[in-house]
Design a protein around this ligand. Structure first.
Ligand code: GDD
Ligand code: MN
Length: 358
């Protein structure tokens, strides 16, 4: 017997979309056993009534949530009512075409435990978008790939149109903020084999988008929360602490070499030696402490060389920024130095995280 598919669809004021949505899903899923769980947050445009009127003809269940609002938490709520082994999540406004559902199901049947409908693989896209919306979407994507490297294996982890096997997720661990339920489930679930199938993000056919600037703030909060729950934030904080210890090593060794080591007249040698030694002590601490869980299989020497290279290029970036800000922009030198330090530090962290200890 085939698995039952539970489609969880959050709705808020989607009255004119709900009937064509359910009809198209029914067409697309002929031959499958499925149920639709609509999670509505108290729409006042007649969505709930329109949805309930479908329940006699289609396997539709309407859950009305009172008090709480939000796309991602609505999906988590819907999960409690889903009976299927395969869970699908999509929007109600027909921007996610139901005809793609069989492709997602087939991907799971072929062995994947999670499947994304993707705009950013060949065959997918969002042809109706203006330049600004495209840029915002790409920036949001790059930020998630940078801050949460585990999302890199998916080209479009932000679509909100995806399927997964229920057994791979413990619902108690889901604590999303805002819109990006797909990120939450991907990172909090235990997935081994994630695939993407292409789709075209359609124009909204009726009603209005609920996307507001608040959602962008929520997105950043959600990323921070995921960084904290996946251990990324802890690595970042440890890297900062190690960096500070490097300052102590650098200053201390310089002091020893110039005061007691006979390098009083060769202070540039003292600088070079103490910088290099602090890079090596930083490396050892990061390798055994900050990124202890990420060493697997790679050679010690290779990591040391990468780390060294990144730190030196970080110092070059810092110097370049200092020169640019003081000479060209006429910025106060201590402020220029500070900006350089911050940018150089972020460079060091993210390049090391994504290359040396990827
Ligand atoms: N229950 C509930 N509660 N549903 C909501 C809420 C809410 O607070 N806010 C939005 N929804 C529902 C809408 O009714 C719609 O079905 C779906 O969630 C998506 O909302 P839209 O307002 O249409 O969002 P969008 O088109 O701007 O954003 C979509 O595109 C993004 C990709 O660019 C969403 O699919 C995002 O998940 C996706 O990342
Ligand atoms: Mn939409």
């Amino acid at each position: 017997m085939k698995d039952t598919i539970s489609l969880i669809i959050p709705t808020y004021n989607e009255k004119d979309n709900i009937v064509p949505l359910v009809e198209r899903i029914h067409q697309a899923l002929s031959g499958y056993t499925y149920e639709i769980i609509l999670v509505d947050d108290g729409s006042r445009d007649g969505t709930i009534e329109a949805a309930e009127s479908l329940a006699s003809r289609y396997p539709v269940r309407v859950i009305v949530r009172r008090g709480e609002r939000g796309l991602a938490t609505a999906v988590v709520h819907g999960l409690k009512f889903a009976t299927g082994q395969i869970i699908g999540v999509m929007d109600a406004d027909l921007q996610h075409p139901p005809e793609v559902l069989p492709d997602l199901i087939k991907a799971l049947e072929a062995g994947a435990d999670m499947a994304f409908a993707s705009r950013y693989i060949p065959g997918g896209g969002c042809p109706n978008w203006g330049l600004l919306r495209k840029i915002i979407s790409k920036v949001a994507l790059k930020i998630s790939h940078l801050l949460l490297p585990a999302t890199r294996k998916v080209k479009d982890p932000l679509t909100g149109f995806f399927m997964f096997r229920r057994d791979n997720v413990n619902a108690d661990r889901l604590k999303p903020i805002g819109y990006k339920i797909s990120l939450e489930i991907m990172l909090m679930g235990d997935f081994r084999h994630i695939v993407e199938v292409p789709f075209i993000f359609e124009e909204r056919s009726a009603g209005q988008s609920k996307l507001r600037p608040q959602q962008q703030i929520d997105y950043l909060k959600h990323l921070l929360s995921l960084m904290s729950r996946t251990g990324e934030l802890a690595m970042f904080i440890k890297f900062v602490a190690v960096g500070l210890s490097g300052v102590v090593v650098n200053e201390g060794l310089y002091w020893l070499l110039t005061r007691f080591g006979g390098l009083a007249d060769y202070d540039y040698w003292a600088v070079i030696i103490s910088i290099e030694v602090s890079i090596i002590t930083n490396f050892i601490l990061n390798d055994t402490f900050t990124f202890a869980k990420r060493r697997r299989g790679k050679s010690f020497l290779g990591r040391l060389l990468k780390f060294n290279l990144i730190c030196l290029s970080g110092a070059a970036i810092q110097t370049g920024i200092f020169m640019l800000f003081t000479r060209i922009f006429g910025v106060y030198d201590l402020l220029s130095l500070f900006i350089g330090i911050v940018v150089g530090f972020l460079w060091n962290y993210f390049v090391n995280r994504n290359w040396t200890w990827k």
